[in-house]
Write a protein that binds this ligand. Structure first.
Ligand code: GAL
Length: 423
């Protein structure tokens, strides 16, 4: 067993005080136990490397260190929005049987990829030990469960279908109310354009375009038919999908032409700098704008989505072959704890996955999201793994990146149908 100085000191202190360092897991963890109470190091693999994402991770790590002072957190973060670089590197490491001790995975279809590939462990026994089955809403538990087994611990719920605005730019363009329909949105974008802002709707590369396209699909198909696109009950050849692609094409005419080279934070900067009025992005943007001390922002649900909450959830897993499975369980225990969720989510822009959070503890945006989560229609996100697998997501992104150049509506519609064809 490797021993580091920090652990030796903690174990020695515990011995002097006559304390026993409790193990974190409930069931058999298998593998080389990294020491009593998890000891040694835990490598946590995410794509939260900057801004509010890093602030959220840092806050969670702070809570982890309070709860488990004997374990050293090792930051395995790889920069790039939505895991654009991290996911490839993770696959390489999983193929090489060199997994991190834990990694970030989206609840839903994406998680299923890792489960089907036999890459992650069942942690249901720990759910019982830690009381998590009562802590999380049943619908979320269902999205984490396969054949009665639960494979990850969710850290949060994010909302994808939100438009963020620069309120000064919007006001100067004479827009007095947030657009409620696509037609009103086009009219608002025209008003901003008339003020000399060439690209009023800021956007970035592939996955950010998929987010915008999904929002348009929700508007044109409605929540039920939209959900059916991912579970096979709505045909991708539906004329409403053609309409949505055409509407998406129109929206792209209002966006920055360098879109394929930008990450979400670059597009966010266009809004902050007043070079654009609006950006569709997940609600990690709320916390990021706060962290960047930009206060002239507003938000509204994507026009035409009505009372629909498009969700995604970040969760953490125990990979098969992790070097320190007991330490990973301590990390998972913190992630699922009320204190861990509060520390993380107040900084991340998301709302806690646990049902026992107190809204007053959260910033204004999250308070509104918590209320919507309880009453809105819930639909899943493909861009962030709730609705589609990693393979389907890859195919859809390459179809969209071709469309960004070609603008060929029929070709995109057929490529989407192929990407989602049952195998
Ligand atoms: C999502 C992730 C969010 C946020 C976002 C932008 O996939 O679930 O937590 O980090 O990417 O990077």
């Amino acid at each position: 067993m490797r021993v580091n100085r920090r652990m030796t000191a903690t174990v020695a202190t515990a011995a002097v005080l006559g304390l026993t360092l409790a193990a974190c897991g409930g069931g058999d963890t298998g593998g080389d136990n990294g020491g009593e109470g998890g000891g040694e190091q835990v490598e946590v693999f995410t794509w939260w490397a900057a801004g509010s994402e890093k602030a959220g991770l840092d806050a969670l790590v702070g809570e982890f260190e309070t709860q488990h002072p004997d374990i050293e957190f090792v930051n395995g973060a790889v920069a790039g929005g939505a895991g654009s670089a991290a996911k490839d590197l993770l696959q390489t490491r999983l193929q090489a049987q060199d997994p991190p001790d834990t990694f970030q995975a989206h609840a839903g279809a994406e998680l299923l990829d890792y489960i089907n590939a036999g890459q992650i462990e069942d942690v249901s026994a720990d759910y019982d030990t830690w009381g998590l089955k009562q802590a999380f809403p049943q619908g979320l538990i269902d999205n984490l469960t396969v054949d009665g087994k639960i494979y990850s611990v969710p850290a949060n719920i994010h909302r994808a279908n939100v438009v963020w605005s620069n309120t000064k730019v919007v006001k100067e363009a004479g827009i007095t109310a947030d657009p409620k329909t696509l037609e009103e949105f086009f009219a608002a974008l025209d008003k901003v354009k008339a003020k000399g802002i060439a690209a009023p709707l800021a956007i970035g590369k592939d996955w950010t375009q998929l987010m915008l396209f999904e929002s348009v699909l929700i508007t044109d198909l409605g929540p039920e038919k939209f959900t059916g696109l991912w579970n096979g009950t709505t045909d991708w050849n539906d004329p409403l999908v053609t309409k949505a692609i055409n509407d998406f094409k129109t929206l792209l005419t209002y966006t920055n032409t360098d879109r394929d080279a930008l990450d979400w934070t670059d597009a966010e900067k266009l809004v902050m700098d007043g070079k654009a009025a609006y950006q569709l992005m997940g609600d990690w943007e709320a916390a990021d704008l706060d962290a960047k001390k930009f206060s002239d922002y507003g938000w509204f649900t994507f026009p035409g989505n009505g009372k629909t909450f498009q969700w995604l959830a970040d969760s953490f897993v125990l990979p098969k072959g992790a070097k320190n499975p007991e330490g990973t369980k301590c990390w998972l225990k913190t992630v699922g704890s009320a204190e861990g969720q509060k520390a993380f989510n107040t900084k991340k822009g998301s709302i806690p996955a646990r049902s026992d959070a107190v809204p007053a503890d959260y910033p204004k945006y999250q308070q509104s999201a918590m209320a919507d989560w309880k009453k809105d229609k819930i639909v899943p996100s493909c861009a962030h793994g709730a609705a589609c697998t990693l393979g389907q997501n890859n195919d859809i992104l390459s179809a969209l990146s071709q469309f960004s150049g070609s603008q060929d509506v029929a070709k995109l519609q057929s490529a989407l149908g192929t990407a989602m064809k049952p195998s």
